[in-house]
Design a protein around this ligand. Structure first.
Ligand code: BYC
Length: 313
């Protein structure tokens, strides 16, 4: 029996037994490629995801809100770093991944291409965007690739804090003035549909889902997770006192799920191919940060080289 055949058999058994694939294990090229694609896209999303909220740190309405927001945005940087490290265990190079992002050769989540127009957007991002992220990411804690699944456990813990801070901020605003309530409703109107798009295209148009589910990278389909998110959010909206901008949203007692209206997939396609409201600004900002950080990376690499030489001498 060849090594390849042994590797293939062990890999298939690992997946079948619901065990984890680890960096040194043999894995099919397609699995490695898919994992790098998904982890990189996820890492890029965390880092680009710092921008929409980061712009509000200096404009937070109180010291308490500033401290919370600062902590949240820092957590997102941390998530990006765990994820780039997980991608490195597959042989990817972090600098190369960043270059691919900047050159538009790798994607990041569509959601971060929309503007944050008021402080209520910070609350709605926490409630809906982090809520959608949790729905999508909790099953990824059982993803078949060990380093990704383990990174996801820590990320999900922090995401639940993010979601709760968003909901608490919105609750506070809803107890405030008419103007504050209107700000919250306006933010919900703008973020609801893009949040549903975070789960990816409908199952019938999702080219990667079938293979990713067979490899147990993904545990649920895009549409199943989207439905779960709608079912979770509708009662929360009611408790909050806001209206979700979908006249078709209605409890279906027979299906025991909420029915909801049609998603504008043309808008989704436009946003993921670079034509969303802020795609250019997001990438330009990321490129600027990368350029301005070059000397830090060079200095850190030179320092590490010196340390290694010192240890050898
Ligand atoms: N935006 O075959 P499909 C966060 C792409 S971070 C852009 O269904 P797959 C947070 C997809 O990549 C949120 N692109 O793909 C951070 C594929 O393109 P390529 C990010 C999207 O991989 C800070 C093509 O469309 N979360 O939550 O099976 C603050 C076909 O799709 C999107 C993750 O990355 C999209 N929305 O399923 C707050 C989670 N949807 O690569 C919050 C991990 C799809 O073939 N990722 N595409 O050119 C996943 O779970 C899966 O990758 C997805 C897509 C469900 C997103």
């Amino acid at each position: 029996m060849t090594d390849l055949a042994t590797g293939e058999r062990t890999f298939a058994e690992t997946i079948e037994r619901d065990q984890r694939v680890e960096p040194r294990d043999w894995m099919p090229d397609g699995y490695r490629k898919t994992m790098i694609r998904q982890i990189a896209q996820h890492a890029h999303s965390e880092i680009i995801g710092m921008q929409p909220e980061g712009g509000w740190i200096t404009r937070a309405p109180s010291l308490r809100r500033k401290a919370i927001l600062l902590a949240k945005v820092q957590d997102e940087a941390g998530h990006g770093l765990y994820l780039y490290s997980a991608a490195e265990t597959l042989g990817a190079d972090r600098g190369d991944l960043t270059r691919r992002l900047i050159e538009g050769r790798q994607k990041y989540s569509s959601i971060f291409n929309y503007p944050t127009l008021s402080f209520a957007d910070v609350g709605v991002i926490g409630w809906l965007v982090d809520g959608a992220a949790i729905c999508n990411q909790v099953p990824l804690c059982r993803s078949s690739y060990g380093p990704y699944a383990r990174a996801m456990i820590r990320i999900c813990k922090e995401e639940s804090f993010h979601q709760r801070q968003g909901y608490e901020l919105l609750m506070t605003m809803m107890r405030g003035s008419d103007e504050q309530r209107a700000m919250v409703q306006d933010a919900v109107d703008r973020w609801w549909w893009p949040s549903l798009m975070m789960f990816g295209p409908p199952d019938a148009d999702s080219p990667n889902s079938a293979q990713s589910m067979a490899w147990r990278i993904k545990r649920h389909s895009n549409d199943d997770l989207r439905q779960r998110f709608v079912d979770m959010s509708a009662p929360q909206a009611e408790a909050l006192g806001v209206t979700l901008p979908d006249p078709a949203l209605k409890w279906n007692a027979e299906r025991e799920h909420y029915d909801f209206g049609a998603i504008d997939w043309d808008e989704f396609k436009k946003v993921i191919s670079g034509g969303g409201p802020l795609n250019r600004e997001r990438i330009a900002h990321r490129k600027r940060a990368d350029d301005e950080g070059a000397w830090v990376r060079e200095a850190a690499a030179a320092h590490a080289r010196k340390q290694r030489e010192g240890a050898r001498a």
